[in-house]
Design a protein around this ligand. Structure first.
Ligand SMILES: Nc1ncnc2c1ncn2[C@@H]1O[C@H](COP(=O)(O)OP(=O)(O)OP(=O)(O)O)[C@@H](O)[C@H]1O
Ligand SMILES: [Mg+2]
Length: 472
């Protein structure tokens, strides 16, 4: 296989022939032509890795060839060869997008080196495109699982805002997918080829955050031994993702507000104003409005950020997404851990659907990772679930219960629940009090007292409603 394809464009036949011979001997595929017009014609049907072109040629010159390549084949590297052209023209060519320039007479080693560099540059360029594509796929919607009504609304919003430059404020409990949504917005918008720079406002110590965000000049403070580019500058052309924004100090809130308003700032210790073209996405699991009322978050900053709010519902409010998420994570972790866990039994799945998931999708994801690692076969059963989940079924029923507008008699309900659970346990233990006490994690004396207090006898058996264990 050839090491790469090269087109040589030069009106001097001696140069053309010498170069072609040299490059072919080095294992490259080489075509050549005598002027810019012919080159443009060849480029209609052929793609080259490298075009080596003379600068001054009759009619269409090397600059025109370069311009065409930059516009139509940005992945092709154009190397300019200049005979009597001044450095100034070569510099112009570099500015236009030439990969490099060489002065005639061209030295063999030099040209081989420049071509090798150009090909390496292309390899990295392609690699970069491939990785960006992967990123896009990873953070595309395919990766955000959900078909529940609230999630469909979220997808719709992502689609609508991705192509705009509007500031987005994503709110939701911890683990609901705020970062995933921020990435989806960036990688579906016009800025996808530019960086997405995340800043976790809660994780960086307050005294470092300012330098982290705005950068500093060399000597700005004792340890500033060199100039540092801050996150806002790194995000130029792309998106800055301000995560955990509710945890930002009042002092920094003022400074952020200025960047959001004017898109400009100064590095610490610097007096040059730096302008940036950035999109801002912020996220928090705190109630910013409440923080504003408590005087902990600036109202003006809140309104700057809250241009397009996206609220991610907690998992317990979109339980219909749970089976799909479970399948997604089972497949993902089975692949990653080289296991073959196919499914959950209906009872285990029901248990997961009933649980209230205080840690939301992250908690579910972590649990499935653990289940896949520990699984012995293809199916996960109820008994494989952690104790706190199995035992929470009764609680879950209460968690889901709505409090009626007229209120409810808590003490009586708790006492009824206690009575029914004791009868259930006694029943299950064949009325052996020691065993029933164990089932309820009580000592025997306490159980006996409760039985007396609740006036429970064997005739109470028919009272339980079969509901407590979570059966529908
Ligand atoms: N809808 C979803 N589909 C698939 N995976 C999801 C979904 N939502 C969240 N996840 C996964 O759950 C984990 C937590 O998501 P993410 O980090 O985006 O949450 P967060 O809201 O930013 O949480 P925190 O407030 O704790 O930072 C990630 O591993 C993410 O991939
Ligand atoms: Mg997050």
């Amino acid at each position: 296989m050839a090491r790469g394809s090269i087109l040589v464009v030069d009106d001097s036949s001696a140069v053309r022939e010498n170069l072609s011979e040299l490059l072919q001997a080095e294992g490259y595929d080489v075509d050549s032509c005598a002027d810019g017009r012919e080159a443009l014609q060849i480029l209609q049907d052929h793609i080259y890795d490298v075009v080596l072109t003379d600068l001054s040629m009759p009619e269409i010159d090397g600059m025109a060839v370069l311009t065409y390549l930059v516009q139509h084949f940005p992945e092709t590297s154009c190397i300019i060869i200049t005979g009597y052209g001044t450095i100034k023209t070569a510099v112009d060519a570099m500015r236009l997008g030439a990969f490099d320039y060489l002065c005639k007479p061209v030295e063999t080693q030099e040209i081989l080196l420049v071509i090798a560099r150009a090909l390496e540059h292309q390899r990295l360029w392609r690699e970069n495109i491939r990785l960006k594509k992967q990123l896009r796929e990873k953070f595309g919607f395919d990766n955000i699982i959900g078909t529940s009504e609230p999630m469909l609304k979220v997808f719709d919003l992502i689609r609508k805002v991705a192509d705009t430059d509007s500031t987005v404020l994503i709110t939701g409990e911890s683990g609901t997918g705020k970062e995933l949504v921020a990435r989806a917005i960036h990688y579906h918008g016009q800025r996808q080829a530019n960086p997405l720079i995340p800043v976790n406002c809660a994780a960086i110590p307050e005294d470092l955050l300012e330098s982290e965000l705005f950068g500093h000049e060399k000597g700005a403070f004792t340890h500033a031994i060199r100039t540092r580019i801050g996150r806002f500058e790194q995000a130029h052309g792309g998106t800055i993702f301000l995560d955990e924004i509710g945890d930002m100090s009042p002092n920094l809130q003022v400074k952020i507000l200025r960047v959001l308003q004017d898109r400009q700032f100064e590095r610490i210790g610097g007096n040059r104003t730096i302008k940036v073209d950035i999109r801002v996405i912020a996220a928090t699991n705190q109630d910013l409005q409440q923080l504003v009322q408590a005087g902990k978050f600036r109202e003006d900053l809140y309104y700057r950020l809250n241009v397009i709010p996206i609220e991610l519902p907690p998992l317990r409010e979109r339980r219909s997404d749970i089976p799909m998420l479970v399948t997604h994570f089972l497949q993902e972790f089975s692949r990653k851990k080289k296991k073959n866990v196919q499914r959950l039994t209906p009872a285990a799945m029901r248990c997961l659907c009933d649980y209230h998931w205080p840690g939301n999708v992250r908690e579910l994801e972590n649990l499935l990772e653990r289940l896949v690692i520990l699984a012995d076969g293809e199916v996960v059963d109820l008994k494989d679930l952690p104790d706190h989940l199995q035992h929470r079924q009764a609680e879950t029923l209460w968690w889901q219960a709505e409090i009626p507008a007229g209120g409810l008699p808590l003490q009586k309900l708790l006492s009824d629940l206690e009575r029914q659970l004791i009868i259930k346990a006694l029943d299950q233990a064949g009325w052996i009090k020691n065993q029933a006490a164990q089932l309820l994690q009580l000592n025997r004396t306490t159980l006996v007292e409760k039985i007396k207090k609740q006036k429970i006898t064997r005739f109470s058996q028919g009272e339980t409603m079969g509901k407590i264990q979570g059966k529908p």
